[in-house]
Unconditional design. Structure first.
Length: 317
Protein backbone atom coordinates (compact mmCIF):
# COMPACT_ATOMS: atom_id res chain seq x y z
CA UNK A 1 0.00 0.00 0.00
CA UNK A 2 1.20 3.50 -0.78
CA UNK A 3 0.40 6.61 1.23
CA UNK A 4 0.79 10.03 -0.38
CA UNK A 5 1.07 12.93 2.06
CA UNK A 6 0.11 16.51 1.32
CA UNK A 7 2.12 19.55 2.29
CA UNK A 8 0.70 21.67 5.08
CA UNK A 9 1.99 23.63 8.02
CA UNK A 10 3.55 27.06 8.32
CA UNK A 11 4.64 29.37 5.50
CA UNK A 12 8.03 31.04 5.59
CA UNK A 13 8.98 34.47 4.26
CA UNK A 14 9.54 33.07 0.75
CA UNK A 15 6.04 31.64 0.57
CA UNK A 16 7.27 28.04 0.79
CA UNK A 17 4.86 25.78 2.62
CA UNK A 18 6.68 23.31 4.86
CA UNK A 19 5.23 20.13 6.25
CA UNK A 20 6.12 18.82 9.67
CA UNK A 21 5.61 15.07 9.48
CA UNK A 22 5.17 14.98 13.25
CA UNK A 23 1.61 16.26 12.74
CA UNK A 24 0.51 13.15 10.82
CA UNK A 25 2.71 10.35 12.14
CA UNK A 26 -0.15 8.67 14.00
CA UNK A 27 -2.37 8.70 10.93
CA UNK A 28 0.37 7.14 8.81
CA UNK A 29 1.06 4.48 11.45
CA UNK A 30 -2.62 3.51 11.55
CA UNK A 31 -2.50 2.83 7.79
CA UNK A 32 0.80 0.93 8.06
CA UNK A 33 1.83 1.40 4.42
CA UNK A 34 4.74 -0.39 2.80
CA UNK A 35 5.78 2.74 0.90
CA UNK A 36 5.32 6.37 1.91
CA UNK A 37 5.69 9.26 -0.54
CA UNK A 38 6.23 12.58 1.21
CA UNK A 39 5.90 16.04 -0.30
CA UNK A 40 9.33 17.53 -1.05
CA UNK A 41 8.91 20.45 1.36
CA UNK A 42 8.95 18.30 4.47
CA UNK A 43 10.82 17.93 7.72
CA UNK A 44 11.20 15.23 10.39
CA UNK A 45 10.64 12.24 8.12
CA UNK A 46 12.78 10.21 10.53
CA UNK A 47 9.85 10.19 12.98
CA UNK A 48 7.98 7.86 10.63
CA UNK A 49 10.95 5.54 10.24
CA UNK A 50 11.22 5.19 13.99
CA UNK A 51 7.62 3.96 14.17
CA UNK A 52 7.55 2.04 10.88
CA UNK A 53 11.09 0.74 10.27
CA UNK A 54 9.84 -1.72 7.62
CA UNK A 55 8.28 1.03 5.47
CA UNK A 56 10.20 2.66 2.64
CA UNK A 57 10.17 6.45 2.67
CA UNK A 58 10.43 8.52 -0.52
CA UNK A 59 10.73 12.31 -0.52
CA UNK A 60 9.09 13.47 -3.74
CA UNK A 61 9.26 16.33 -6.25
CA UNK A 62 12.44 17.93 -5.02
CA UNK A 63 14.11 21.06 -6.34
CA UNK A 64 16.12 21.60 -3.21
CA UNK A 65 16.56 19.98 0.19
CA UNK A 66 14.45 21.56 2.92
CA UNK A 67 15.89 19.40 5.69
CA UNK A 68 19.63 18.80 6.03
CA UNK A 69 19.05 16.87 9.25
CA UNK A 70 21.25 13.78 9.08
CA UNK A 71 18.47 11.78 10.79
CA UNK A 72 16.06 12.67 7.97
CA UNK A 73 18.64 11.82 5.30
CA UNK A 74 19.52 8.47 6.86
CA UNK A 75 15.88 7.47 7.35
CA UNK A 76 14.82 8.35 3.80
CA UNK A 77 15.23 5.52 1.30
CA UNK A 78 15.10 7.66 -1.82
CA UNK A 79 14.90 11.30 -2.91
CA UNK A 80 13.00 11.92 -6.13
CA UNK A 81 14.01 14.95 -8.22
CA UNK A 82 12.33 16.35 -11.33
CA UNK A 83 15.59 17.20 -13.10
CA UNK A 84 19.23 16.14 -13.17
CA UNK A 85 20.23 19.73 -12.48
CA UNK A 86 18.39 19.78 -9.14
CA UNK A 87 19.68 16.33 -8.20
CA UNK A 88 23.28 17.38 -8.86
CA UNK A 89 22.85 20.60 -6.86
CA UNK A 90 21.96 18.63 -3.71
CA UNK A 91 25.50 17.49 -2.96
CA UNK A 92 24.66 16.63 0.65
CA UNK A 93 22.74 13.54 -0.48
CA UNK A 94 24.41 10.25 -1.39
CA UNK A 95 24.24 9.55 -5.14
CA UNK A 96 22.62 6.17 -4.45
CA UNK A 97 19.60 7.86 -2.85
CA UNK A 98 18.76 10.07 -5.85
CA UNK A 99 16.39 9.28 -8.69
CA UNK A 100 14.97 11.42 -11.51
CA UNK A 101 11.26 11.26 -12.31
CA UNK A 102 10.44 14.15 -14.60
CA UNK A 103 7.33 16.27 -14.42
CA UNK A 104 4.64 15.08 -16.81
CA UNK A 105 1.04 15.76 -17.73
CA UNK A 106 -1.86 13.50 -16.72
CA UNK A 107 -3.68 11.33 -19.23
CA UNK A 108 -6.95 13.13 -18.54
CA UNK A 109 -5.35 16.37 -19.78
CA UNK A 110 -4.28 14.62 -22.98
CA UNK A 111 -7.76 13.16 -23.45
CA UNK A 112 -9.63 16.42 -22.82
CA UNK A 113 -7.52 18.95 -24.70
CA UNK A 114 -6.35 19.45 -28.24
CA UNK A 115 -5.07 22.38 -30.27
CA UNK A 116 -6.72 24.18 -33.15
CA UNK A 117 -4.77 24.12 -36.38
CA UNK A 118 -4.07 27.40 -38.17
CA UNK A 119 -4.97 29.80 -35.37
CA UNK A 120 -6.18 33.18 -36.58
CA UNK A 121 -5.90 35.48 -33.55
CA UNK A 122 -2.40 36.58 -32.60
CA UNK A 123 -2.46 35.72 -28.90
CA UNK A 124 0.47 35.32 -26.52
CA UNK A 125 0.03 33.58 -23.18
CA UNK A 126 1.92 33.35 -19.88
CA UNK A 127 1.16 31.02 -16.98
CA UNK A 128 3.30 31.36 -13.89
CA UNK A 129 4.23 33.62 -11.02
CA UNK A 130 3.96 37.39 -10.91
CA UNK A 131 7.71 37.95 -10.50
CA UNK A 132 8.22 37.87 -14.28
CA UNK A 133 5.56 40.47 -15.08
CA UNK A 134 7.96 43.37 -15.71
CA UNK A 135 9.88 41.25 -18.19
CA UNK A 136 6.62 40.30 -19.90
CA UNK A 137 5.65 43.96 -20.12
CA UNK A 138 8.91 44.98 -21.83
CA UNK A 139 8.82 41.98 -24.17
CA UNK A 140 5.18 42.60 -25.10
CA UNK A 141 5.65 46.32 -25.78
CA UNK A 142 8.55 45.46 -28.10
CA UNK A 143 6.44 42.88 -29.96
CA UNK A 144 3.61 45.41 -30.26
CA UNK A 145 5.83 47.79 -32.24
CA UNK A 146 5.96 45.17 -35.03
CA UNK A 147 2.60 43.42 -34.66
CA UNK A 148 -0.14 45.89 -33.71
CA UNK A 149 -3.00 43.42 -33.23
CA UNK A 150 -1.16 41.08 -30.85
CA UNK A 151 -2.68 40.31 -27.43
CA UNK A 152 -1.11 39.01 -24.21
CA UNK A 153 -3.08 36.94 -21.68
CA UNK A 154 -1.40 36.46 -18.30
CA UNK A 155 -2.63 33.83 -15.83
CA UNK A 156 -1.33 34.19 -12.27
CA UNK A 157 -2.11 32.20 -9.12
CA UNK A 158 -3.54 34.63 -6.58
CA UNK A 159 -1.18 33.47 -3.81
CA UNK A 160 1.95 34.19 -5.91
CA UNK A 161 1.38 37.95 -6.14
CA UNK A 162 3.58 40.00 -3.83
CA UNK A 163 2.66 43.51 -2.74
CA UNK A 164 5.34 44.97 -5.00
CA UNK A 165 4.25 42.87 -8.00
CA UNK A 166 0.63 43.90 -7.43
CA UNK A 167 1.55 47.52 -8.15
CA UNK A 168 3.17 46.53 -11.47
CA UNK A 169 0.20 44.32 -12.38
CA UNK A 170 -2.24 47.22 -11.91
CA UNK A 171 -0.07 49.36 -14.18
CA UNK A 172 0.07 46.60 -16.80
CA UNK A 173 -3.72 46.29 -16.99
CA UNK A 174 -3.75 49.81 -18.43
CA UNK A 175 -1.67 48.70 -21.43
CA UNK A 176 -3.78 48.03 -24.51
CA UNK A 177 -3.88 44.33 -25.42
CA UNK A 178 -2.88 42.94 -22.01
CA UNK A 179 -5.37 40.86 -20.01
CA UNK A 180 -4.45 39.57 -16.54
CA UNK A 181 -6.37 36.78 -14.79
CA UNK A 182 -5.85 35.87 -11.14
CA UNK A 183 -9.09 34.04 -10.32
CA UNK A 184 -9.70 31.41 -12.95
CA UNK A 185 -9.97 27.60 -12.95
CA UNK A 186 -7.36 25.38 -14.64
CA UNK A 187 -9.88 24.19 -17.23
CA UNK A 188 -10.75 27.80 -18.13
CA UNK A 189 -7.04 28.56 -18.50
CA UNK A 190 -6.49 25.64 -20.84
CA UNK A 191 -9.55 26.47 -22.93
CA UNK A 192 -8.27 30.01 -23.42
CA UNK A 193 -4.73 28.82 -24.12
CA UNK A 194 -5.90 26.56 -26.94
CA UNK A 195 -6.37 29.63 -29.11
CA UNK A 196 -2.89 31.03 -28.34
CA UNK A 197 -0.03 30.92 -30.82
CA UNK A 198 2.88 31.54 -28.47
CA UNK A 199 3.63 30.95 -24.79
CA UNK A 200 6.10 33.45 -23.34
CA UNK A 201 8.04 31.94 -20.42
CA UNK A 202 10.94 34.31 -19.58
CA UNK A 203 11.98 32.38 -16.50
CA UNK A 204 15.03 33.54 -14.53
CA UNK A 205 14.76 31.33 -11.45
CA UNK A 206 16.58 28.00 -11.25
CA UNK A 207 14.02 26.40 -8.92
CA UNK A 208 11.29 26.52 -11.57
CA UNK A 209 9.57 23.41 -12.91
CA UNK A 210 8.31 22.95 -16.44
CA UNK A 211 4.87 21.29 -16.27
CA UNK A 212 3.11 24.34 -17.73
CA UNK A 213 5.54 24.30 -20.66
CA UNK A 214 4.60 20.70 -21.45
CA UNK A 215 0.91 21.63 -21.27
CA UNK A 216 1.30 24.68 -23.53
CA UNK A 217 3.27 22.74 -26.14
CA UNK A 218 0.56 20.07 -26.09
CA UNK A 219 -2.04 22.79 -26.76
CA UNK A 220 -0.14 23.83 -29.89
CA UNK A 221 1.75 26.84 -28.54
CA UNK A 222 5.24 27.71 -29.65
CA UNK A 223 6.97 28.07 -26.28
CA UNK A 224 9.77 30.60 -25.86
CA UNK A 225 11.80 30.27 -22.68
CA UNK A 226 15.30 30.61 -21.24
CA UNK A 227 18.33 28.40 -20.71
CA UNK A 228 17.64 27.91 -16.99
CA UNK A 229 19.01 24.35 -16.65
CA UNK A 230 15.97 22.75 -15.02
CA UNK A 231 13.88 23.95 -17.99
CA UNK A 232 16.28 23.58 -20.91
CA UNK A 233 17.20 20.05 -19.76
CA UNK A 234 13.71 18.97 -20.82
CA UNK A 235 11.97 21.77 -22.70
CA UNK A 236 15.01 22.47 -24.86
CA UNK A 237 13.83 19.64 -27.08
CA UNK A 238 10.58 21.37 -28.02
CA UNK A 239 10.94 25.09 -27.18
CA UNK A 240 12.69 28.15 -28.51
CA UNK A 241 15.51 28.99 -26.08
CA UNK A 242 16.79 32.54 -25.50
CA UNK A 243 19.99 32.45 -23.44
CA UNK A 244 20.09 34.67 -20.35
CA UNK A 245 22.75 37.40 -20.30
CA UNK A 246 24.35 36.20 -17.05
CA UNK A 247 25.53 33.10 -15.22
CA UNK A 248 22.50 31.97 -13.24
CA UNK A 249 24.60 29.71 -11.00
CA UNK A 250 26.84 32.54 -9.79
CA UNK A 251 24.34 35.34 -9.26
CA UNK A 252 21.78 35.28 -6.49
CA UNK A 253 18.33 35.26 -8.04
CA UNK A 254 17.22 38.63 -6.64
CA UNK A 255 20.31 40.21 -8.19
CA UNK A 256 19.46 38.46 -11.46
CA UNK A 257 15.96 39.92 -11.36
CA UNK A 258 17.27 43.46 -10.76
CA UNK A 259 19.96 43.05 -13.42
CA UNK A 260 17.61 41.95 -16.16
CA UNK A 261 14.79 44.36 -15.31
CA UNK A 262 16.69 47.60 -14.92
CA UNK A 263 19.84 47.45 -17.02
CA UNK A 264 20.68 48.04 -20.65
CA UNK A 265 21.78 44.41 -20.74
CA UNK A 266 18.28 43.41 -19.68
CA UNK A 267 16.62 45.59 -22.32
CA UNK A 268 18.79 44.05 -25.04
CA UNK A 269 17.77 40.59 -23.81
CA UNK A 270 14.06 41.51 -23.86
CA UNK A 271 14.53 42.69 -27.44
CA UNK A 272 16.05 39.32 -28.41
CA UNK A 273 13.22 37.48 -26.67
CA UNK A 274 10.64 39.65 -28.46
CA UNK A 275 12.29 39.07 -31.85
CA UNK A 276 11.96 35.30 -31.41
CA UNK A 277 8.29 35.76 -30.50
CA UNK A 278 7.66 37.96 -33.56
CA UNK A 279 9.18 35.29 -35.81
CA UNK A 280 7.07 32.56 -34.16
CA UNK A 281 3.85 34.55 -34.63
CA UNK A 282 4.56 35.40 -38.27
CA UNK A 283 5.44 31.81 -39.13
CA UNK A 284 2.86 30.05 -36.95
CA UNK A 285 0.43 29.04 -39.70
CA UNK A 286 3.09 27.79 -42.14
CA UNK A 287 3.16 24.10 -42.97
CA UNK A 288 6.71 23.81 -41.58
CA UNK A 289 5.67 25.19 -38.16
CA UNK A 290 2.54 23.04 -38.05
CA UNK A 291 4.66 19.98 -38.79
CA UNK A 292 7.05 20.86 -35.91
CA UNK A 293 4.13 21.38 -33.52
CA UNK A 294 2.62 18.02 -34.42
CA UNK A 295 5.98 16.33 -33.90
CA UNK A 296 6.36 17.99 -30.47
CA UNK A 297 2.86 16.96 -29.41
CA UNK A 298 3.53 13.35 -30.42
CA UNK A 299 6.81 13.44 -28.50
CA UNK A 300 5.14 14.70 -25.31
CA UNK A 301 2.31 12.19 -25.64
CA UNK A 302 4.89 9.42 -25.91
CA UNK A 303 7.40 10.54 -23.26
CA UNK A 304 5.83 13.00 -20.82
CA UNK A 305 2.58 11.51 -19.59
CA UNK A 306 2.17 10.24 -16.04
CA UNK A 307 1.36 6.69 -17.07
CA UNK A 308 4.97 6.51 -18.31
CA UNK A 309 6.46 7.94 -15.13
CA UNK A 310 4.32 5.73 -12.89
CA UNK A 311 6.23 2.73 -14.26
CA UNK A 312 9.36 4.15 -12.59
CA UNK A 313 7.46 4.49 -9.31
CA UNK A 314 6.34 0.87 -9.48
CA UNK A 315 9.96 -0.13 -10.00
CA UNK A 316 10.83 1.68 -6.77
CA UNK A 317 8.25 0.00 -4.58
Amino acid sequence: MTFFTKGFGFIDQYGVQYMNVENIVEKIISINPSAIFINGVCKNSHLIKQKLPQSKIYVWNLREIFSNDINDINSTDCYIFNSRYHANKCEVLPYTKKIIIQDSIPDIFIQNHHFDYFKKTKILVYIGESCECLLLRDIYLTIQTKILDVKLKIFLPQNSISENDEIHIKEMTKISGIEIYTKITPSEIFNRCQESMVCLYPCIFTDTGYTSILEMVYLGCNVITTNIPSISEVAGEFSEIVNLPFDYDKQFKENMKKTIESSELGMDWCQKFANVAIKCINEYNTLDTQSKINHRIDYIRENYRWTKQIEKIYDLI
